[in-house]
Ligand binder design. Structure first.
Ligand SMILES: Cc1ncc(COP(=O)(O)O)c(C=O)c1O
Length: 402
């Protein structure tokens, strides 16, 4: 079904106060629909109490909503309830997995990652490698900057224990061929951890069909609240992992000199959990699922193609990812620092991102110090794309060599 942007925008209160807003920074964080704001508001105004602890009605109601949110996430990923750990975001989910591998890896074991990663997907493994003596190996990117199965095979070995890769790149918008990579990694007995922060807003993710071991995403990039994310992990793998935070609600027995932990997911949710965040995330998942990934993909692809065609006609710029599948345009105005160019966009109320996007390795791979990034989502239309391209032209005229 075609997306009706006018109708969608009516569901995002930010447009009431900023009707001229051209928001092209969804890869950093999506806007939030009223449906999500309302359930978060409902929790704070009608419940506001803790979960799992209170022996009274309000606490039971809050607990029901919090655990129902886990069910919603589990269905969204085609996972089991107990395989869903609520975290602060993708970053804390990926760090949680990596910390547990500190006790599992030894010198000579190999970890495969790539230069396409967001820092939160590769830095935890860089730390693990340094502390354990494991070897960090990088998949060589192809000419476009993609991870290919062939290049993955070239670094895969009998020593590979961990594969940590991005499902969709936050700079280039490429989709990694994850299914084949997962199968190949499993043949070597390695576990695969996917960073799905940029996949979750664009792709229907089925962890069972993928047979992936761990996968992480953030609520705030899929129309949900900030401060909530998800770690999916296969049940037996989660239960083999030690908690990294210790405190209330995660233990079964506590003695003066010993303690035992609950099964996953609760062993990883020490202390008061992110209750409103989880409830908001579940509503966000329902919201984007009602729109549907087919419609999202169709809309984003059309807009991306429209903007790209216009952009390619602009002289004095360089586009780095013309074949991106997920509505991301990475580019620079030739000879102009992206932060200078970005000031023109800001003046025109066009919100795009300038910088290294927490992915310095791919920025270096592109031989740039930083890039500009525009991303399209469900609330964007052709007028946004036009204003974006006009701003690019203005930046070229103002700062560029043309
Ligand atoms: C691909 C990718 N991975 C990880 C992250 C980190 O997400 P968060 O900051 O929500 O933890 C981001 C956020 O920009 C991202 O784009």
């Amino acid at each position: 079904m075609m997306i009706d942007v006018k109708k969608i925008r009516q569901q995002f209160p930010i447009y009431d106060a900023n009707p001229d807003l051209v928001y092209l920074d969804t890869a950093a964080s999506s806007l939030k629909p009223k449906a999500v704001i309302d359930v978060v508001d409902h929790y704070y105004s009608k419940l506001g109490v803790n979960v799992h602890r209170g022996v009274y009605g309000l606490s039971y109601d809050a607990t029901d909503l919090y655990e129902a949110a886990r069910t919603t996430v589990a269905k969204f990923l085609n996972a089991k309830f107990e395989e869903i750990v609520f975290t602060r975001g993708t970053t804390s989910a990926l760090n949680l997995v990596a910390s547990s591998y500190l006790e599992k890896l030894k010198p000579g074991d190999e970890i495969i990652t790539s230069e396409l990663e967001h820092h939160s997907s590769m830095l935890p493994w860089l730390q693990v490698a340094k502390k354990t003596g494991a070897v960090l190996k990088y998949v060589e990117l192809d000419q476009q900057g993609r991870i290919t199965v062939e290049a993955f095979k070239a670094v895969l070995s009998d020593q590979t224990k961990v594969v940590a890769l991005t499902y969709v790149s936050n700079v280039m918008g490429y989709i990694t061929p994850v299914k084949t990579i997962i199968d190949l990694a499993h043949e070597k007995g390695a576990v695969v951890i996917l960073d799905a922060a940029q996949a979750a807003p664009h792709l229907a993710i089925d962890v069972t069909a993928l047979n992936v071991d761990f996968l992480a995403f953030s609520g705030h990039k899929i129309c949900g609240p900030t401060g909530i994310g998800v770690l999916y992990g296969k049940r037996h793998l989660l239960n083999q992992m030690s908690p990294i935070e210790f405190g209330g609600d995660m233990n079964v027995t506590v003695d003066k000199f010993d303690a035992t932990w609950k099964e996953a997911p609760y062993r990883f949710e020490a202390g008061t959990p992110i209750i409103a965040g989880a409830i908001g995330l579940a509503r966000a998942i329902e919201y984007i699922s009602e729109i549907g990934f087919d419609s999202i993909h169709e809309h984003v692809s059309k807009l991306h193609a429209y903007a790209l065609a216009k952009l390619k006609a602009v002289e004095g710029i360089e586009i780095y990812n013309e074949t991106a599948e997920t509505g991301i345009i990475a580019f620079n105005v030739l000879g102009v620092h992206p932060h200078d160019a970005a000031s023109i966009f800001d003046q025109n109320k066009v919100c795009i991102r300038a910088g290294h996007h927490c992915a310095q390795l791919i920025t270096k791979w592109l031989k740039q110090i930083a890039t500009l990034r525009a991303t399209f989502y469900i609330y964007n239309d052709e007028k946004d794309a036009d204003l974006f391209v006009e701003s690019v032209k203005e930046a070229v005229r103002f700062f560029g060599a043309f």
